[in-house]
Design a protein around this ligand. Sequence first.
Ligand code: GLC
Length: 740
Amino acid sequence: MKREDLKALLEDMSLQEKVDQMMQLMGVFYLDDAEGVLTGPARQLGVGEEDFWMAGSILGTYGAEQLMAIQRKYMEKQPHHIPMLFMMDVIHGMKTIFPMPLAQGATFEPELSGKCASAAAKEAAVSGLHVTFSPMVDLVRDARWGRVMESTGEDPYLNGLFAKAQVEGFQGDDMGKPYKVCSCVKHFAAYGGAQAGRDYNTVELSEHTLREFYLPSYKAGIDAGVGMVMTSFNTVNGIPASTNRWLMRDILRGEMGFDGVLISDFSAILETVAHGHSEDEADAAKKALEAGVDIDMMTSVYAANLCRLVEEGTVSEALIDESVMRILELKNKLGLFENPYKDANSEEEKTIILCDEHRKLAREAAGKSFVLLKNEGLLPIDMGKKAAFVGPYTNCKEIISSWAVTGDTSACVTIEEAAKEVFDLTRTSFHQGCQILANDYHLTGFGNLGESVPKELSEEEQKKMFEEALTAAKEADLVVMPLGEHFLQSGEATSRAMIDIPEIQMNLFREVAKVNDNIVVVLFNGRPLDLREISKTAKAILDVWFPGTEGGHAIVDALTGKINPSGKLPMSFPYCVGQVPVHYNEYATGRPNLEGMQERFKSKYIDIPNEPLYPFGYGLSYTNFEISPVTISKDIVTDGQSIKASVTVKNIGQVEGTEVIQLYIQDVAASVVRPVKELKGFEKVKLCPNEEKQVEFTIDEPMLRFLRADGTVGSDEGKFRIWIGSNSDTKNEAVFNCRK
Ligand code: GLC
């Protein structure tokens, strides 16, 4: 539809009709037998049946048949036959589930993440969906927060690359094209900064920190052309995001130039009353509209108040027109006025969903996301040895994360299923050993994942399982222990004050360690965990996160050496929870805890080290890489002049492997304090044994720019350090100067 036709349509709509376009409800309200996924607190809605049939969009329902039925019914009733928008949380896969986003961050391969998003978009589109509430691009530093699993980690630069890749993967160059959907960058802004890692908690950041660390990844998504942004639940500078005009009008739309649809998070406009910012629902409606929020997710705050507020002269109808125009433009970009069903196709659902091509991609992405944290000669497994798999994840299909709300765990491949395809079963055995969680620990999740509560086992059943596993462990040459968090212990509303592997599993681990020294832990986790104990005892640790539908195959590929792990941590693993938040790009402080300084008055703990157990960018390989000292082409960078910094990487091991060579830079002294180091580039290098390659980075003045105290952005003259290595703790250093 041409823009002038959209304007004509808008002018012809009644005020209530326009306001109802700004309401989003659940799909289950529209069909008696509709299925849906409730992803937030349902509330009594203050609108009538006629409003339902004018709501501009729905969330939480998918499936070509049922969405086509809803669309048909809706358009018959909608006075101008405007099509409805169908939205869903397709976070890291629709039915083919890819590794959770934090795991995708560990691949240090944004383009791979883009391919996963593209495959997810295709499955979502044939299921009738138009919009996905993904990617979540919140910077995260606190492992207590359950939603770190949805992010790609603690670094602004890395998060920005993944944000761009995922938006482009979901939307392509035109979201109206077949098998593309509108992407939604969330949660604007700084939701990941929740105090104490407690979900929905206050976020207390300086504007400087907000701009330097938290905003860049949203900006990257917006610059990639994202069609939608979602508000966050938290306050920023004491004002809830959904009613924060400075954040939404000045920064998001003004500075960042976002002109797409701004949707609230689930009931977030209404919740500004609970925040103590809005007097009541009418006040919330007014403030959110003035902040430029276009869609009210899952409440009737807009629909039940805006008409009256316009009639009273409290809000301007022009603001409603502005929002509704953006909603109509999004529907138009998706081609819904020409084809309200877009790609919905129940025949194609059968051939595209969980197709071999997508499973193959899921297996590749999972394999590249694994991080080898420790390996003292046990991996890859010697297939001539007697192996016992002992642990609750040995044959567990719940390996797709709590945000895979449209996924089916039944489609997942378990470790045991995959191992039985390659291991000699005369000397390989499989034992659960214990449950993931003790009987008294209950969790809830979204959709059909919500029914996943551990099967209650009697004392004797548990004892029998435990003893049988120990016997096998005792008789084996090595024990592979698939352990970790329950998948519902991470995700939304799952903050944990203790970030341990469940005690019931640690008991099994300790008993196995008494009878066998050769333990390989395969770790399932939605967040960095406290791995102090297992890191002392296990000879190998492979972090597989929640690897998705093809997890079992990918894990066995890694255990047997069919693939060589190359993942790198996108988020620091703390020494223990007391160290949280811990992140590599911290400030030095005036009393840094450096060697050689007086021991007492330093920024340190007296009971634990400052360093995380495993740092950002860390990950081992089955081979070894030698990295030469850094060479730089010259030691002065001036405006318009760049320098080259390079190393030679050599595979000095026996097998092919991939190393992620990382470039870090520090501005040693600047008008505002700068992080001790910042990731500024990386390159994945695949080398055969004895092969070597030069890796070169170009360092130019724009790379050195930062936000100054006066709000300008630029570089300062002075000394800079660079490091090039295999993780953020590298000592491979060189120095240069920037001159104006
Ligand atoms: C949830 C989440 C958000 C999600 C939305 C819709 O509360 O915060 O990330 O997209 O509701 O399900």
